[in-house]
Design a protein around this ligand. Structure first.
Ligand SMILES: [Zn+2]
Length: 586
């Protein structure tokens, strides 16, 4: 078990050395002396410095006002059975959205230009009729019928309601073309008009976030569709089989999937051209490669070592399915805090937390998936940050958008819609700070911030964590590739520096085993009906986390320079090219 302890030595040291205290540094010192009373001995605070920095004193005061019991109450409210799991497009979600909109109004946040707090999102939904789903593999005279749930899972389609694809099957490694690594799984094959079989994940020598990026199903689908493929059959690597056992896929069969609809009425994403797609179980994958006369375990080893090598399997496949389809409307909830600086108030820092969850699913017991940590606690934290900021005597220099997003669980749809249809010019959004599933079962001693290594946002979150009396730790589970798995990624794809703030696993109280509690949550409660209001919750942990989120945003919103991607950064190069030059205050 990790043990956490720290002193205020760093901060008193700064003063003793007579360091030239710049405003943020003074704010840091004051922040710590004022806020981190739980972790440090308060005697000997420097009154001269407290008097010297007005802004910092107000930050200290609002940060001290952050309350864990309020976060708990709001989270319990959002995770109540009355909200029925807040699935996008349901009454339960709309109820939750009204709750947040009313709170924004009560806090005095401004609505959107049409006077509403709701940014409506039209959604196209599709639901597989499981009994209609069939896959037949054929080589020579041999035919193999695969069975849904036992052998494969797939979702409803965004094309016609009835679909049938009959095509050759071609193995394409991980399905990745990454020029950075001179890795091309499409070398030597023609993906056009065929069904590609690809391994999940990405080569192990890819740097963590690039591996995450190239592992994502969206990137693989985009790649396959742009090359004219008709489908993707995903074979899970041994690593992924261990990480997510097959039975964890089954509750999702027959669930509703969605895409947002653009102004032309077309679902954005959804890849209707890839109608021959499914995820194969281990057994089905073995039968497919056996039919092709290939050794799958050998391919796992070869491609698991980062090698390439793609080839036709000499097998054809027929995939059929019927889908129920329709349209519905959901909404992102948006509240605006206008900035104070006439030169910078047209720039925006966007806080996000997804409001939706899974709704009702049958996973064996209770059907309502309340989503307490995922992400009622995240929204409750966002509300507490918003409440604190409205208490500032002078708002931050830049404006702040607080956004409770819809349809994250359907594939980051609310954030994708928001980032593609922003209520303010996209180049005026300087940063996204996202909060998704902050596990706060114990008094936290650290936070993590996915994406921190890519942009200048690092300095803001580092200062904020220290001021909140905790530390910034590196991503403890890089293999979970979380930087591209939540809403911040929709902003990254528009070139906006972004972070996903997450509590770490260090407990400041020895009677809680932080890493074990976090592992228990992820293994046994994540995306299950037991992620509900009776989960352990530490109010002091929630306060430290919310203060970190609050102060991070304050620093970003008040800095004279807007955040920027690090020189030569992969995501900056890929997505931020062509963004307007940073506007800086004098
Ligand atoms: Zn989730």
């Amino acid at each position: 078990m990790l043990h956490y302890s720290r002193t205020c030595g760093t901060f008193t040291g700064m003063k003793a050395n007579g360091t030239d205290v710049r405003p943020w540094l003074a704010a840091l010192v004051i922040g710590v002396t004022g806020i981190a009373f739980g972790a440090c001995d308060r005697r000997g605070a420097d009154d001269e410095q407290v008097a010297a920095v007005e802004v910092a004193a107000s930050w200290r005061s609002i940060a001290e006002g952050v309350r864990g019991d309020r976060i708990r109450r709001d989270a319990e409210m959002l995770a109540d059975d009355a909200m029925a799991g807040r699935e996008a497009g349901t009454e339960g979600f709309d109820l939750a959205a009204s709750f947040v909109a009313e709170r924004f109004a009560a806090l005095g946040l401004a609505p959107l230009s049409d006077g509403s707090y709701l940014q409506e999102v039209e959604l196209f939904w599709t639901r597989l009729l499981p009994e209609s789903a069939r896959i037949t593999l054929q080589a020579g005279d041999t035919e193999i019928d695969l069975t849904i749930r036992e052998d494969f899972v797939r979702s409803g389609g965004f094309g016609p309601g009835e679909e049938r694809v009959d095509a050759e099957v071609v193995f394409a490694g991980h399905g990745i073309a990454a020029p950075e690594y001179e890795h091309d799984d499409f070398a030597g094959i023609d993906p056009a008009g065929v069904i590609l079989v690809v391994l999940s994940g990405a080569p192990p020598h890819f740097e963590t976030d690039l591996r995450a990026y190239y592992s994502s199903s969206t990137v693989k689908q985009t790649e396959a569709a742009s090359r004219g493929a008709l489908g993707l059959l995903v074979v899970r690597t041994p690593v992924d089989q261990r990480r997510r056992p097959w039975d964890r896929y089954l509750p999702g069969v027959g669930r509703t999937d969605m895409e947002w609809v653009d102004s032309g009425g077309v679902p954005f994403g959804g890849y209707p051209e890839l109608a021959g797609s499914a995820v194969l179980s281990q057994g089905a994958a073995e039968r497919l490669f056996e039919l092709a006369g290939r050794d799958l375990s050998e391919l796992f080893v070869h491609h698991g070592a980062g090698e390439t090598g793609s080839f036709p399997l000499g097998v054809s496949a027929v995939l059929e399915r019927s889908s129920d389809q329709g349209r519905t409307v959901s909404a992102n909830v948006v509240g605006i805090l206008a900035g104070d600086d006439p030169r910078l108030r047209d720039e925006y820092v966007v806080y996000t937390a997804h409001l939706d969850h899974l709704g009702t699913l049958d996973d064996g017991d209770d059907q309502i998936h309340n989503g307490f940590y995922d992400n009622a606690v995240g929204v409750a934290t966002l509300l507490e940050v918003a409440r604190a900021m409205t208490k500032l005597p002078v708002p931050p220099r830049r404006s702040i958008l607080f956004v409770a997003l819809t349809a994250e669980e359907k594939g980051l749809l609310g954030s994708s819609f928001f980032a593609q249809n922003p209520p303010v010019p996209i180049e005026r959004i300087v940063a996204n700070l996202n909060i998704d599933m902050p596990f706060l079962g114990f008094p936290i001693g650290d936070v993590e911030a996915f994406g921190v290594e890519h942009s200048t946002l690092r300095s803001s979150v580092e200062k904020a964590a220290h001021a909140a009396g905790i530390v910034l730790s590196p991503d403890s589970m890089p293999e979970r590739v979380r930087f591209v798995r939540s809403d911040q990624f929709s902003f990254v794809q528009r070139g906006i520096p972004a972070l996903n703030l997450k509590p770490g696993s260090i407990s400041t109280d020895d009677s809680f085993d932080g890493p074990a509690m976090l592992a228990d949550f992820l293994d046994n409660h994540y995306h299950r009906s037991s992620d509900a209001g009776d989960q352990p919750f530490s109010e002091s942990g929630a306060e430290r986390f919310a203060r970190t989120a609050l102060l991070t945003g304050l620093w970003v919103a008040s800095d004279k320079d807007r955040p920027s991607w690090n020189e030569g950064d992969f995501f900056g190069e890929k997505f931020a090219t062509g963004r307007v030059a940073p506007v800086s205050a004098p």
